[in-house]
Design a protein around this ligand. Structure first.
Ligand code: ADP
Ligand code: MG
Length: 308
């Protein structure tokens, strides 16, 4: 880089710099990244950029060298990069490729909020969902939902009510849909409903009910897992579940369900009877109307896939 060395020479002569500094800076001005950057941005740079940005250029070369030797730069996970700032050269610290990947993974995870769900739901993937004919309808419906929702997330989309016996893969399929939506930039909340109901009861004492309720009411996509697995008190049925579903129906927000019961069984055997033993067919019917509005029933059959 003849130009650069000549300018450098002049600079050094002018400044009567000591040998140490000279050696240090000669290496900097000889650096291929530095010279390429200087050439590429010459038009935007001040004439005396090489003197005025000397410290920054030195910082760039030495920090990069530290990293190459396996050391850490002063900001872990970031690497130095030259940028033009105000006609001078500056150093910006950009996330390394690994850091970027880690950040993307974290963002993805944050898009799936889970309440009392097993950690293993992270691994669920639509691509790994087996092509078992017994479960094909559920898989197709799930894929259709993802396509339709992603094409127009603001419209109303009826979600799924997955009914089927223990271990057939209902939770897995819900989680796989949530993970797919996350990968494409959409947020979902997955909640194990029986555990959530207990949490809500405990939240009464701490005045936390409204906040917990709000998170579920307003989640862009909500998945209520295992509804009907535990007996519900009238309060949970009407003031928790009822309130969440009413809001989501009004706002047309997609809401999935999974249950060991069919819709009919859920209404007749579960929602009608409160834990106190009262039979309340009208309340059960109203709730069921909301569930039917939000989701369509799909029965999953097959063997129990849980490790025995
Ligand atoms: P359910 O919610 O219907 O009771 P799960 O979704 O918990 O059933 O599935 C039972 C077990 O089988 C879980 O360990 C789950 O990870 C696994 N599983 C279910 N479906 C699949 C699948 N398609 N591919 C791989 N593992 C699956
Ligand atoms: Mg389940």
């Amino acid at each position: 880089m003849e130009d650069l060395s000549k300018t450098m020479q002049q600079l050094m002569n002018q400044r009567h710099l000591n040998d140490n500094y000279r050696q240090l800076m000669a290496k900097v001005y000889d650096d291929p990244t530095v010279t390429a950057f200087y050439q590429e941005h010459r038009d935007e740079l001040a004439e005396d950029v090489l003197t005025r940005s000397a410290a920054k250029l030195y910082e760039f070369v030495s920090e990069r060298e530290k990293l190459a030797k396996g050391g850490t730069s002063f900001a872990t996970g970031y690497e130095p990069q030259l940028i033009v700032s105000n006609h001078l050269i500056d150093v910006a610290y950009m996330p390394t490729k690994e850091t970027q990947e880690k950040q993307a993974q974290q963002q993805l995870r944050q898009r799936v909020k889970s309440i009392a769900m097993p950690k293993s739901i992270r691994e669920a993937n639509l691509k790994n969902f087996d092509q078992d004919p017994d479960r094909a309808e559920a898989l197709m419906a799930a894929l259709d939902f993802v396509d339709a929702y992603e094409a127009s997330p603001k419209r109303r989309h009826q979600a799924l009510y997955l009914a089927g016996s223990f271990g057939v893969g209902k939770t897995y399929l819900l989680a796989a849909v949530a993970n797919q939506l996350a990968a494409d930039g959409f947020s979902t909340t997955l909640v194990h409903f029986p555990s959530f109901a207990v949490e809500m009861k405990n939240a009464i004492a701490q005045n936390g009910v409204a906040e917990k309720l709000d998170a579920l009411k307003k989640s862009p996509v909500l998945m209520i897992d295992d509804i009907g697995a535990d007996a519900m008190s009238a309060w949970v049925r009407d003031d928790v579940l009822g309130v969440i579903l009413e809001y989501r129906m009004q706002e047309e927000l997609p809401t999935f369900f999974s249950s060991n019961f069919s819709m009919e069984q859920l209404e007749k055997e579960h929602l009608r009877i409160s834990t106190r033993g009262d039979d309340e067919p009208l309340k059960a019917q109203r709730l069921m109307q909301r569930i039917r509005f939000l989701a369509r029933e799909i029965t999953m059959i097959g063997a129990n896939r849980r490790p025995q």
